[in-house]
Design a protein around this ligand. Structure first.
Ligand SMILES: Cc1cc2nc3c(=O)[nH]c(=O)nc-3n(C[C@H](O)[C@H](O)[C@H](O)COP(=O)(O)OP(=O)(O)OC[C@H]3O[C@@H](n4cnc5c(N)ncnc54)[C@H](O)[C@@H]3O)c2cc1C
Length: 413
């Protein structure tokens, strides 16, 4: 039990994420987790004048935020609850790139994006590389870049340089956090977040317990990705799970022919297995290939997440099949990570119900790199101004689980 006497609840502080009463500016905010969501939240909170400490157990962008593709799309979430968030975030990425990506520190660039149908030739046939980008039954053959000279059966443009782009996600996350430290005095510390410490009535945050010590704070933001529901404040409300996915990074001998394209494949192996890998050349000369997602148990820390050799070998095979330019390329990285998923597929961005000062930002699934900036900016608006006027965050309100689960309600009363 916490020996600290209960702190009286500030009657002027908002208890609902949609309240329009302005909150007093929070004194000290602790952002738990230095993935893309934690980094962006720290950046925008500090930009609004809040004193921010970020707590990370392993290293900045050590989990999905460092191992993702970094693909960004303006309008692919249109028609879903994510639509407005994604559009806003895509445009924020453009602005942040102008501000922070000087000398292309994190490789932001617009892309053309293609959906490709690729079929491995069956054993015994000798049509492995069609050569010169020859396409069978392609809807628009001319769109195929010359380096995709494998057995492509169809190519369809699904994004262009105004609607799709990329960043290097690890470098992006590090650049945002470095800017937050240098420009706004954010402090990043190494430690394990163990608990959000609440007052005895469980109505107000007192601080965050890190490595058994209480760090006092008026605000805490849980951005621990798939580990978020290791904290009882989150698991009492809902469960955040993780889905494992693999990726490799290869460096071809020459990258000068690799154009700024993202390739989303429907890929059939010679054994008849259907896969959905993705291939992204990066401006740094490397090529990122991902796919092979699966159910797996989430290890205790990000550094304990290991790739399966068979999955890595398959991604290698995909890269070499799609492009002869990638044959014999040096395998720089073989990795796996867990994408954080909420129970209903929508991220949680907002205040924990009935607890003053406790917030969560997680469950971003496939689109955490895209939606990091808008999540950070809009959550900061909610925390500092008491309301997010730029975007209605109702779809992402963590209280939706509170309403849906009467049994778990008891935990907060
Ligand atoms: C293979 C793959 C490809 C992807 N590609 C894309 C893409 O192209 N575009 C896109 O928009 N999204 C993509 N995503 C999704 C995106 O990567 C995630 O949604 C996003 O990175 C989640 O960020 P996060 O900050 O919530 O979590 P994480 O990156 O998991 O960060 C959580 C952090 O919290 C830390 N932590 C955990 N527990 C503790 C603790 N107790 N104390 C202190 N620190 C702790 C961890 O060490 C970690 O650093 C991809 C995901 C995968 C798996």
């Amino acid at each position: 039990m916490d020996p600290t006497p209960p702190t009286p609840i500030d009657p002027s502080a908002s208890s609902s994420s949609s309240s329009s009463d302005p909150s007093p500016s929070p004194g000290h905010a602790i952002v738990c987790g230095a993935g893309v969501i934690g980094a962006c939240t720290a950046y925008f909170l500090a930009k609004k004048g809040v004193r921010v400490t970020v707590v990370e157990r392993c290293s900045v962008a050590c989990a999905a935020s460092g191992k993702a593709g970094g693909f960004l799309a303006l309008d692919w979430c249109d028609g879903s609850p994510l639509g407005k968030l994604a559009r806003a975030s895509f445009l924020m990425h453009q602005r942040l790139a102008a501000e922070l990506d000087g000398a292309h520190r994190y490789g932001y660039r617009p892309l053309d994006t293609l959906s490709l149908v690729v079929e491995e030739p069956r054993s015994g046939t000798d049509n492995h590389h069609a050569g010169g980008g020859e396409v069978v039954n392609a809807s628009t053959p001319s769109v195929l870049p010359s380096w995709t000279d494998g057995p492509v059966k169809g190519a369809t443009p699904i994004g262009n340089q105004t609607t799709t782009a990329q960043v290097h996600p690890a470098l992006f996350t590090q650049a945002v956090l470095s800017a937050a430290e240098a420009e706004f005095g954010v402090r990043v510390i190494r430690g394990e977040v163990e608990e959000l410490r609440l007052d005895p009535h469980r109505m107000k945050l007192l601080g965050v317990v890190v490595d058994k010590e209480l760090i006092p704070a008026e605000v805490a933001v849980v951005a621990l990705g798939p580990w978020s529901s290791n904290l009882s404040s989150i698991s009492d409300l809902t469960r955040i799970s993780g889905r494992k996915a693999h990726s490799i990074v290869v460096r071809p001998k020459s990258s000068q022919d690799l154009t700024p394209h993202a390739l989303l494949l429907r890929y059939k192996t010679r054994e008849g297995k259907q896969l959905a890998p993705e291939v992204y050349p990066r401006p740094t000369g490397e090529v990122y290939v991902s796919g092979m997602s699966e159910e797996a148990e989430l290890p205790a820390t990000a550094h304990q997440v290991k790739p399966r050799n068979e999955a890595v070998a398959m991604l290698r095979r995909v890269s070499e099949t799609v492009s002869s330019h990638l044959q014999g390329a040096e395998l720089e990285t073989a990795q796996a990570c867990f994408m954080p998923l909420s129970e209903d597929g929508r991220p949680l961005i907002g205040k924990l119900p009935n607890v003053e000062g406790a917030y969560v930002a997680t469950g971003h699934g496939y689109w955490g790199i895209l939606n990091g900036p808008a999540t950070g900016a809009f959550l900061s608006e909610l925390i500092v101004d008491g309301e997010c006027k730029t975007l209605d965050l109702k779809y992402f309100d963590p209280a939706r689980f509170f309403r849906n689960n009467a049994r778990r309600k008891d935990c907060f009363l």
